[in-house]
Design a protein around this ligand. Sequence first.
Ligand SMILES: [Zn+2]
Length: 403
Amino acid sequence: MTQTGIIKKAFDQGQGIVRLAPTWVPRSFCVPGRRIKLHPDDYYALGGVRGGIDERWFSSTTPADNGPLTSENEGLSFIVFEHGSERGRALLRDAVAELKGTLVGERIWKEHQCWPMYSKFFDNKGALPHHVHHRDEHAALTGQKGKPEAYYFPPQANNYGADFPYTFFGFVPGTTKDQVRECLVNFTKGDNKITSISQAYRLDPGTGWDVPPGVLHAPGSLCTYEPQKASDVFAMYQSLTGDAIVPEELLWKNTPANRMKDVDYLMEVIDWDLNVDPKFRQNRFMAPRPVQSVKKMEAAGYIDKWICYKADAFSAKELTILPGATVTMKDAAAYGMIMMQGHGKMGVWDIETPSLIRYGQLTHDEFFVSESAAKAGVTIKNTSKTDPIVMLKHFGPGNPDLC
Ligand SMILES: [Zn+2]
């Protein structure tokens, strides 16, 4: 079967909903938090030198940038086609290029000619260094796009918070630019103490945060569902995290050649006002927001909540289908989804939530829903008498439902 054949058959088989294979990503600088259901023997499935697997990527058409050892297609989602003895896989990226607006919707295809976001589970045992993702204007200097991201901490993946369930954001209001500059100048002197002028917020399962580009952040150790713009641009501004030294090259990562070693450039990358916003928590914290009256939704058998709703580049929802209920859900845009709890049917597909996954094993917990299928309505049937179905849905930019 040709790639085009697989893509078309997969699309038809799912009536506009394609099934995806799990995409596991290792990070050489991270220690896995072991909350993403991978078999305990498989967290180092790619070998010790590649590091532990602490990420699973969803609806990804973005390759992982893991240095020279990165394997082919690392970070990219595959569509799975299985019918009788016929079997095949194709990259979601190729399916988007082949099916265009039929898959992602004409609105997104016309503007982006790609699927411009992805989401992931980020499952780290410790905290990450205080780092920044560039705004478009700075990312463009190295041929990239800026990167907004957002966090949601799914209760199903967070029965323990690991080493440091607090995230530093920005700088304490009143911090001066000279203080930040001094930390950057001191980067190679051991501990540059940049978190001494920042503040950490406790992370609570079932809530999230909005992280615009230009905002410094040192993500804590909850297992995080993280929708983001398709870009891998960043620079690390903290030189010591826990017991680990951060190499200086990561401070200068994505700095244009003509501004190398220029601390003023690092300062320009910081969106100063957002970082010292005295109302940072009010403006960036995201409590889930029901799409309408919870009572009304419960009476109809479901609860639908916005969980990421402050960025333009993507949005996300948590959908619950109550035990025994059958509900047809309409959305105005294409989306990817991951099952967090329960089992049943979604359109023609069986959907379920495995409790343990071997590296390389297929699942029925991740799908991509075309815009036409989303608009027509996806019927979800919860076959359990006691267990809700809970799924997380990630949308591209400009979701018409989010106004
Ligand atoms: Zn980040």
